[in-house]
Design a protein around this ligand. Structure first.
Ligand SMILES: *Cc1c(COP(=O)(O)O)cnc(C)c1O
Length: 366
């Protein structure tokens, strides 16, 4: 038998979340963002669960190749464009749409087209204030016209720095104003909104939305409360089992550094999941872990983390769960415990935990 840790990827939840995006952005087409191995969920599951999307947006051209090999005929957007000039022919062969964010990439295209290539679909990226990727507004129009002159099918694109500020962020307004002002007299389809903008800045959707984290059922803000009413479903359920139980006396300590001291006699469950599986070592005492109650209805209880997470194991307080035994099923995150709750207790966001699930964790696509 293998170690009992398992990540189940629920394609039904992918379908549900994609439908939620459609409901929230009914006028827009959808780039489903599947960078970073689909935020740690794997490309295979994403392709199965999100097959009714309008296109997939990703970073690595090898992932585009994988999608084409698997028969994906819809659109594919290379979210950061090409990293090297010599990938242009490959990108064309794979019929990828390109983000263009800098002068180098424009020159590569000019060069390529001077040799008689077919024009690309281009999403020209404007730096409207985030100051990460994109052309500054003064350079944007000229760049647009240069690519347009090559015959490229042009789209306007920008990315928000603060769309996760739920109460109308003023910087979203400023970025939007900059973007809208610059493109006012150049008609082309637009792409602006990440998950946070789809959820909270509905005046900034554009013709193509770019949801990532909400397709996986986690929160752009890192706080589950913020998305509770959006009715998204967790796609990844990370499970393991209790593999040992310790009976502590009052004052006994648990694990490395003895961080937790038993306030009374109590049982501790040892769970087969540690930081080498991608569970955050920074998780504080009290981080929720769900333990199967053993009832046929699948109900269970929260038994909080106590003591430091080690490489392969973690320890939980079983005082709530007298029925728990070796072999009891445990959910680290998923439908019972939002990944955002674990992230919050660890000083990070759900994105990071999902992306960091380790290769040694077995994956099952449901
Ligand atoms: C990652 C990414 C997204 C998706 O962001 P979420 O916050 O996960 O919705 C959208 N657009 C770009 C350019 C990205 O890099």
């Amino acid at each position: 038998m293998n170690r009992p840790i398992l990540a189940s990827i629920h394609t039904e939840a992918f379908r549900h979340n994609l439908n939620r995006v459609r409901e929230l952005a009914p006028e827009s087409k959808i780039w489903s963002v599947i960078k970073a191995r689909s935020y740690g969920h794997g490309l295979e599951a994403a392709l199965r669960g999100l097959e009714s999307t309008d296109g997939f947006a990703l970073l690595d051209i090898q992932d585009a190749r994988w999608l084409r090999d698997r028969g994906w005929k819809g659109r594919i957007l290379l979210l950061e464009g090409l990293f090297h000039q010599n990938e242009l022919a490959f990108a064309q062969e794979l019929a990828c749409d390109l983000v263009v964010h800098c002068e180098n990439q424009i020159q590569w295209l000019e060069d390529f087209h001077s040799k008689g290539a077919k024009p690309f679909n281009v999403f020209l990226k404007m730096n409207s204030g985030m100051n990460r990727l994109g052309l500054n507004p003064e350079l944007y129009k000229l760049a647009f016209h240069r690519l347009h002159a090559l015959g490229c099918h042009m789209h306007h694109m920008t990315h928000f720095a603060n769309a996760d500020q739920v109460d109308q962020s003023p910087t979203v307004g400023a970025q939007l104003e900059c973007f809208n002002g610059m493109i006012a007299d150049i008609a082309a389809p637009t792409s602006l909104a990440n998950s946070a903008a789809i959820l909270w800045h509905r005046n900034a959707l554009g013709d193509w939305v770019r949801p990532g984290i909400m397709l996986y059922g986690a929160s752009p803000t890192g706080s589950y409360q913020d998305i509770e009413h959006a009715h998204l479903q967790a796609v990844m359920h990370l499970h393991s089992e209790i593999i040992d139980i310790q009976e502590l006396r009052k004052g006994d300590r648990v694990g490395y550094g003895g961080r937790y001291e038993a306030p009374e006699a109590m049982r501790i469950g040892v769970v087969a999941c540690g930081y080498a599986d991608g569970y955050p070592r920074q998780a504080k005492d009290g981080t929720p872990v769900w333990v199967d109650g053993g009832a046929s209805d699948g109900s269970g209880l929260i038994c909080p983390l106590v003591g430091r997470v080690s490489m392969d194991m973690m320890t939980i307080d079983l005082r709530n769960a007298p029925q728990a035994h070796i072999g009891s099923r445990v959910e680290l995150w998923g439908a019972q415990v939002p990944v955002d709750d674990v992230a919050q207790m660890s000083g990070t966001i759900g994105y990071e935990l999902l992306c960091a699930v380790a290769p040694r964790v077995a994956v099952e696509i449901k």
